[in-house]
Design a protein around this ligand. Structure first.
Ligand code: HEC
Ligand code: HEC
Ligand code: HEC
Ligand code: HEC
Ligand code: HEC
Ligand code: HEC
Length: 382
């Protein structure tokens, strides 16, 4: 029952539609602070610029216009928590042939959409509006004398309660094959504590799986404690329950004590011995869609098209096609840099998604797509 002091009439009279603010009051702060865990959500989405998020900035979408809700079940799957109230996708609104064919490139773009997730092209950098945490080292916590330093974005690199942070703004996503399923390490699951990196969440998919698409993720890396004998992640007791609670880490900064009480509360065994291990979570990039004319262009992925002036390498020469205009403009990193975004290292990049890392022998225009060679028997220029 609510506290009798709560004015329930006032509460009832305040019920209204959800908004970016009502959802964002929780979700912009996932991970204990603004923009800590989600790489694509922050308070900037309250009133974003068009270039930051075309739906919420350009067209004033509320969250629930995409996350359509019935009986308080909010559609939309998370990449981190294994609860589900139903999923949805960009295709639900735009269809799987979203490019309407008023541009000569559209047949190519629609074909690419079978292999490449929309946001790989349409959200080529994450946290463009506000820095997000990409690395969180708990092992460094506890030093009350250490003065936090401001990084180049003005974000603090240290907090004695939580440890050391690395922030990034306008980060380039990590691209991997994803078929919509995630592998997750849940509380009490055995892990390989000697591994260089333990993936707590990890997309399932492969280049050979027709249901997989190349999809963008933010890596959230951490240094966390694991039980040496039981080989499970530790849940430390951090936050004091009340004034009398002296067993919490933030009271005594003693990991050993915090581990004992934390694991007890979680009903998990604790051997009394722990080590620090490196962990990684994959966070999907679902928001911050840029305006259409800022999507990745042909040349930003296909190095082999860089020197072309027309499309005549594969098609009949049509000189009225302005190749430069339609195939090279793409995501304008120079413009973004001029607006103060941290992207100057991305100006002029090609092979943006790194074909080799995704399992291709090289640029698919030369080596063929994942299931076949070019239908016209095209041979690369020597
Ligand atoms: C009181 C806090 C709170 C509010 C308000 C809130 N959420 Fe959540 N939501 C959570 C928590 C906690 C989770 C589970 C952990 C997570 O995903 O961060 C969650 C999960 C989700 C998920 C993933 C669900 C899944 O099945 O994987 C979506 C999508 C979502 N919320 C959207 C919304 C939208 C849209 C709104 C506004 C209509 C909203 N939330 C309002 C706290 C909140
Ligand atoms: C243009 C459409 C769109 C809008 C607007 C939108 N979202 Fe989403 N969101 C998505 C899509 C697509 C997914 C992935 C859904 C899925 O896979 O089922 C997603 C996923 C999420 C998730 C889960 C992410 C994760 O990996 O944990 C949360 C939480 C979420 N959205 C919250 C919000 C909130 C809060 C707002 C408003 C501030 C919002 N969304 C506005 C399209 C949208
Ligand atoms: C609830 C429906 C809905 C969902 C879900 C949705 N969109 Fe949209 N989107 C729209 C509408 C409506 C517009 C406005 C223009 C139009 O009708 O094309 C739009 C516009 C766009 C544009 C063109 C923007 C411009 O320059 O004017 C792009 C690109 C786009 N969406 C990509 C995406 C991607 C990528 C996703 C998934 C992350 C997504 N959309 C999810 C409804 C949706
Ligand atoms: C290979 C990169 C790529 C992929 C994948 C991709 N797009 Fe696009 N998209 C573009 C480019 C480039 C443009 C603008 C140029 C054009 O349409 O001629 C565009 C334009 C759009 C537009 C503006 C309207 C229109 O007809 O041009 C919408 C809406 C859109 N995309 C949605 C999506 C959705 C939804 C997906 C996933 C199903 C998707 N795109 C996948 C590159 C891509
Ligand atoms: C996000 C990176 C990306 C962008 C942008 C992109 N491509 Fe591709 N392209 C790919 C990938 C990945 C494949 C391999 C697809 C497969 O495995 O079937 C491919 C394959 C191709 C192929 C070979 C098709 C086949 O037969 O399998 C051609 C031709 C091509 N792209 C042309 C273009 C043109 C023209 C554009 C601009 C409209 C473009 N690409 C934009 C990533 C990209
Ligand atoms: C590396 C070779 C390659 C390049 C470069 C290339 N294309 Fe294509 N294009 C193809 C192939 C192959 C197809 C047939 C794809 C399919 O449906 O299997 C195609 C199909 C098309 C179609 C659809 C034609 C139809 O009748 O269905 C259009 C339009 C098109 N390309 C325009 C362009 C434009 C404009 C450019 C230059 C910006 C371009 N292409 C660059 C290989 C290429």
């Amino acid at each position: 029952m609510p506290d009798p002091a709560v004015d329930l009439v006032k509460v009832a009279q305040s019920v209204g539609r959800t908004s970016r603010k009502t959802c964002g009051d929780c979700h912009f702060n996932g991970g204990g602070g603004e923009a800590v865990k989600h790489g694509d959500m922050s308070r900037q989405l309250l009133d974003p610029e068009r270039s930051c998020d075309i739906h919420m900035g350009g067209y004033d979408f509320q969250c629930s216009e995409c996350h359509q809700t019935r009986n308080h079940k909010i559609a939309g799957r998370s990449t981190s928590v294994p609860v589900s109230e139903g999923g949805f996708s960009c295709e639900d609104c735009h269809g799987d042939q979203p490019h309407s064919c008023d541009s000569l490139l559209d047949p190519h773009l629609n074909k690419h959409s079978q292999t490449i997730a929309c946001n790989t092209c349409h959200s080529p950098v994450y946290a463009k509006c506000k820095p997000t945490v990409v690395s969180w080292d708990w092992s460094k916590a506890g030093d009350k004398n250490r003065k936090p330093k401001n990084d180049k974005y003005g974000m603090k690199d240290y907090n004695w309660m939580k440890g050391e942070f690395v922030w990034i703004e306008s980060g380039k996503p990590n691209y991997t094959w994803y078929n919509g399923s995630m592998k997750r390490v849940l509380l009490g699951d055995k892990i390989d504590i000697d591994a260089q990196m333990v993936n707590i969440t990890e997309p399932v998919g492969s280049i050979k799986d027709p249901g997989s698409k190349i999809s963008p993720f933010k890596f959230m890396e951490g240094t966390m404690s694991a039980d040496l004998e039981h080989k499970i992640l530790i849940v430390p007791h951090l936050f004091p329950k009340d004034k009398e609670d002296t067993t919490a880490y933030w009271k005594h900064t003693d990991w050993q004590k915090a581990n004992v009480t934390g694991m007890q509360a979680a009903h998990l065994p604790y051997s009394g011995k722990f080590k620090w291990i490196n962990t990684r979570m994959y966070w999907g990039i679902e928001h911050e869609v840029m305006p259409a004319d800022m999507a990745l262009s042909c040349v930003q992925c296909h190095e082999s098209l860089k020197g072309e002036r027309t499309c005549d390498r594969c098609h009949q020469d049509t000189r009225e096609v302005d190749f430069k205009k339609i195939a090279q403009k793409g995501t304008d990193f120079s413009f973004m840099a001029s607006k103060g975004r941290d992207v100057s290292h991305l100006i002029g990049t090609t092979d943006y998604i790194d074909f080799k890392a995704l399992g291709y022998p090289g640029d698919p225009i030369i080596h063929g797509g994942r299931f076949k060679k070019l239908p016209m028997g095209y041979k690369p220029l020597q």
